[in-house]
Design a protein around this ligand. Sequence first.
Ligand SMILES: [Mn+2]
Length: 425
Amino acid sequence: MVRFIHTADLHLDQTFKNLPIKDDYLQHALAEATLNSFDNLIQTAINEQVDFFLIVGDIYHGARATLRAQFAFANGMQRLADAEIPVYMLYGNHDFDADANHRLKLPNNVHIFGHEVETKYLSTHRGEKVAISGFSYDQQWIADDRSAEYPTRDPLVDIHIGMIHGDNSSSNGQKHYAPFNPSDLVSHGFDYWALGHIHKGQVLYENPTMVYPGNIQGASFKEDGAKGALIVNLEKGGYTNLEFIETAEWQFQQSTRELGLVDSLESLRNTIEVALHDHIMYAKDEAVNVISRMTFTTNGDEESLYWWHTYADELLEQLQWSLRNQNASRAQKVYLVALDIQVNNQAVWSPSPVFNDSMKRAFEDITSDDEQFQTLVADLEKNGQWQRLVGANIDVDQFKADILAKAKEQIILEQASYSQEQRRF
Ligand SMILES: [Mn+2]
């Protein structure tokens, strides 16, 4: 049996997208988060005395890797070298190895796959022979299915592993990241397929096991929950046991609850604090720091929306303030960065059906008109300030979803609040 680490998508030293972080401590902590998760992973590999260590692409967030990321990575590789653990790695679409002169030299235990599919061999301490096949990206996009370039299983080794950084072409994934069809990969007869690229950990296929370990640190609320890597126990003949090891010290957590009926400032505060308590308990139970977002749903009760509209923003500030005080004496930190309201679709936007219909139509038009949105973003990108301060750090799809949700929320809240004020005074 061989025992190895399978990791991918380290994105060392990446910035955190779309996060309204005002807190200095959190900003500082997140700047270290990917590097700390990586250090934890290296320590686990050493403690567990694994036979080898696989990295399936996107070690760095950009082709022009920061020196901070490169020093951290080289340091981790040296620690593995000292523990006599060999590393087999390839570059993905984020860190495609465009110019090797821009990369620090890595210790001799590190074996990097070239731009053509190749097979590397190793013998474990117990004498098991292992073949590993893979390739590195030489450019950001690879539209061709490269799976046919992989060899068939080498009959002379005990274990043959394939590594590929890419997208499952049989699902609706994007098609320019070395797309592959799982059944094509199966036909090569390998014992295990180590995948990379998709940040959500998932087993794509069993017999042989084909798995994405996910990234080692979530970078946004889209990447919530536990993050880390896999320890793989693999027997000759393909029997596989996967152990997930959580290495991230910071987790994104989001919850959605019904707002219920709110008729006072105190009842709004209670509703929000009860939900927040769950996040605090989660952090404690899981022994992890948590970055929280809480969403409340409502059918559009005007009184409840009135109280939300009047106090939610200020309550968020007050809760952030008291969390900061509690965090000082808490082993696990909890930061609440957003409090959102979501009015269910069937909700009445306004007493006027004409207004409702035209509003809904306007939103449908905006949502479906991709061209209009692309023009808007293209205009923004011409602006130097936008490019410098915002452009590189946003996820365009998320940005679109966020501004539409915010606009809709604002209209509904204003409308509800207006009706409520009319009734009160
Ligand atoms: Mn990738």
